[in-house]
Design a binder for this molecule. Structure first.
Ligand code: 6PG
Length: 202
């Protein structure tokens, strides 16, 4: 079953950050109210930074149940956590340094994250079921680190796939696989810039 995709078109980066933060905040509040925890996967690249900076400001910074949030990433460049190319580093500076998510509930997608992903309550098929997964979109249509033609797209069992030759630098990456992304309760694609119009259309 293909879930309904509802594109929300907004004016510019500031409106995207606002809409994405509000959408995410609603789902964090809902998940914690329903299940006393929210399992959230953040996106990499540049586009989500505005949303994370917005969540780090009032009212979200003070109003959301951050102590009940578990965080990981939908993909990660295999670089040091303090490397400027690190998706973790971006989210840490934009959001994690400003909200009280306990450190033991933050799981960088490095090395073998499977044990951490196995902590996420599973769906009926045993796949970790995230409450929210954030994704971006590349001009070539890639999302997370699932690039067109990549064998990682065919992964049907593993929760993550290693990518050694990503066309977008850096080449070494780790990405959630489609079974995990498709098991999520909600997925938000944040896409900005005319250069992405074709990919989004496709
Ligand atoms: C990454 C990303 C990647 C990203 C797109 C869009 O680690 O590079 O996860 O999938 O979302 O490439 O990147 P921009 O938002 O920077 O255009």
């Amino acid at each position: 079953m293909v879930a309904a995709i509802t594109p929300l078109v907004v004016l510019g980066p500031a409106e995207l950050a606002e809409a994405a933060a509000s959408w995410t905040a609603e789902r964090i509040t809902g998940a914690v109210a329903a299940r006393r925890a929210c399992y959230l996967a953040l996106a990499g690249g540049e586009t989500p930074r505005g949303c994370y900076e917005r969540l780090a400001r009032p009212p979200y910074r003070d109003a959301l149940p951050w102590r009940s949030v578990f965080v990981t990433w939908s993909d990660e460049r295999q670089v040091a956590l303090d490397d400027p190319a690190s998706n973790y580093a971006m989210a840490k500076a934009a959001l994690l340094d400003h909200v009280p998510i306990p450190l033991e509930q933050v799981f960088p997608l490095l090395g073998d994250p499977t044990p951490a992903l196995r902590r996420v309550p599973p769906d009926a098929r045993g796949r970790p079921r995230f409450d929210v997964i954030h994704l971006g979109l590349g001009e070539d249509g890639h999302t997370a680190s699932l690039f067109p033609g990549s064998p990682a797209l065919d992964e049907a069992k593993a929760l993550v796939a290693y990518v050694h030759d990503a066309p977008k630098p850096p080449p070494e990456r780790l990405t959630m696989t489609l079974p995990v992304i498709n098991a999520a309760r909600a997925v938000l694609f944040m896409v900005q810039g005319a250069s992405k119009r074709d990919a989004l259309g496709r």
